[in-house]
Design a protein around this ligand. Structure first.
Ligand SMILES: [Zn+2]
Length: 483
């Protein structure tokens, strides 16, 4: 399938290419550094990355300060990493005392920043609606298609309580329900997404019969989830992605909307599959639950182990405590030990390159699992590690790949919202705001344009979703993933 190619084999090829590019870049920079020794002033901020530079030919910094600051003086310029940001090829400064600081004195998102965010949301929504006129009419998926757009309007309704948003969600849901094809079962890429979102939208509109119909069809998918031995377990295409749909419906419509036995059977299938591969690979001592996708043992949230563990840790999945401590916890600890010194995680067990920092591969996905592990096992080491690992996202998470959720800046910004929710630390909310600020300049960073530029997981809808969370960061929730 096209979408499978776009996120598995092509992604893997892309990874390889990126590693090569990275190596060439580093070699080139080594050469340049030798030539320039004593020449350019350098600011080094990360141990393992090429440093960003200010060239002597650049205009003096004071000329680039906002007028009111240079006129009145007293602004303090702090180089990162203490308080600054670095984007690709640029050095960013945070200027203490700026009038447009995103947080107010109480540490909440300031009214002026909220205003800017709201105005950008309006602007991007318009662009998105215009752009969607030429989008693939048959793509019903949450990941790149119409269900993702319905999910965005559900979120906007949650924020504003405006009935027009709920109506919009219904329009998109109706469109998706006409085009299901029965080929896949996950929330993000299969029929479970449209059916679950359809059940929720109809439920909110009190269309009981239509909601029931969607639910029945969703639960019917269970037989293929259990019987298809070729089905993977990952979140994007596999059983964990179906499990998410069940848990999502229970969260939105009430705890027992989907019967406990339905959930338990899916969970058992995921556990059996993980135990079986671990045995085959003789890893039962170190990693008692092991999973693979296209014969590669990925670690990230979309295709990998941590996305599956994240679902198994959900209280709604009702995994017994002894199974959690005997199987899930040691497997999470096994992944933890694969961490790079930078705080990032490899994309798979066989990949040694510290390259990808995005929700689908690397720390930005893994951190959510560490936070869940902290919640479930009540051990501080998980929270500390989640916080420590987020530094690599602060340093390298402003991506040239775009502004989306899966492998873009918005998805990385969600890490700081989740950390803030758990810790209530001002630092994390500040950082989430700086990721949002980057998104406010949508399209000005020379980023790559994704294949589905308006979609929820690759494009603009995901950016709008992330921005909308700033209105109430305490209740933020990464769509199709967090519960
Ligand atoms: Zn991705």
């Amino acid at each position: 399938m096209r979408e499978e190619r776009s996120h598995s084999i092509e992604e893997a090829q892309e990874e390889e290419e990126e590693v090569q590019e990275e190596e060439e870049e580093v070699q080139q920079q080594k050469g340049m550094q030798q030539q320039r020794r004593g020449g350019d002033a350098e600011i080094r901020c990360g141990k393992e990355e090429p440093a960003a530079r200010i060239h002597r030919s650049d205009p003096p910094l004071r000329d680039r300060l906002p007028e009111h600051i240079s006129r009145h003086g007293g602004a303090e310029i702090l180089p990162e990493p203490e308080a600054g940001l670095r984007g690709p090829g640029r050095v960013w400064f945070w200027i203490r005392g700026r009038a447009d600081e995103p947080l107010d004195e109480e540490g909440k998102v300031s009214a002026s920043f909220q205003k800017k965010v709201q105005s950008k949301i309006k602007d991007l929504l318009q662009q998105m609606e215009e752009g969607l006129k030429t989008a693939d009419p048959h793509d019903f998926s949450t990941y790149t298609g119409w269900t993702g757009i319905a999910l965005l309007y559900l979120q906007l309704h949650r924020c504003s309580q405006e009935s027009s948003h709920l109506q919009r969600a219904l329009d998109y849901v109706k469109r998706t329900l006409r085009t299901l094809n029965g080929r896949k079962v996950s929330f993000l890429c299969g029929d479970a997404g449209p059916l679950a979102v359809g059940a929720v939208v109809h439920h909110k509109l009190r269309n009981t019969e239509e909601s029931r119909d969607c639910l029945d069809r969703l639960v019917l998918l269970q037989s293929s989830v259990l019987s298809d031995s070729d089905l993977s377990d990952e979140l994007l295409y596999g059983r964990a992605g179906f499990l998410f749909a069940l848990l999502y419906v229970n969260r939105e419509m009430g705890e027992h909307t989907v019967e406990e036995s339905t959930i338990t059977q899916v969970v058992s299938a995921i556990l059996d599959s993980g135990k079986s591969l671990s045995q085959d690979q003789k890893k039962t001592e170190r990693c008692p639950l092991l999973y693979e996708w296209h014969r590669k043992q990925y670690l990230g949230a979309a295709h990998g182990l941590t996305g599956i563990f994240y679902m198994l840790l959900q209280p709604g999945a009702r995994v017994p405590a002894d199974v959690l401590s005997e199987f899930v916890r040691p497997s999470i600890d096994y992944v933890r030990h694969k961490k790079f010194r930078s705080g990032n995680f490899p994309s798979s067990l066989s990949n040694e390159s510290d390259r990808l920092v995005q929700w689908c591969h690397g720390s930005p996905g893994v951190i959510h699992t560490l936070l869940m592990a902290h919640q479930v096992f009540q051990e501080d080491k998980y929270l500390k590690e989640a916080s420590d690992c987020s530094e690599v996202i602060w340093q390298r998470g402003f991506l040239r790949k775009g502004y989306g959720l899966c492998h873009g800046t918005a998805g990385n910004g969600f890490v700081f919202l989740s950390l803030y929710r758990r810790t209530k630390e001002r630092k994390h909310l500040f950082r989430a705001c700086k990721f949002a600020e980057w998104c406010l300049d949508y399209g000005t960073h020379g980023c790559r344009i994704p294949d589905r530029p308006y979609s929820l997981f690759e494009g603009m809808a995901g950016t709008v979703y992330f921005l909308s969370e700033l209105e109430n960061p305490e209740a933020s929730c990464f769509p199709a993933f967090e519960l």
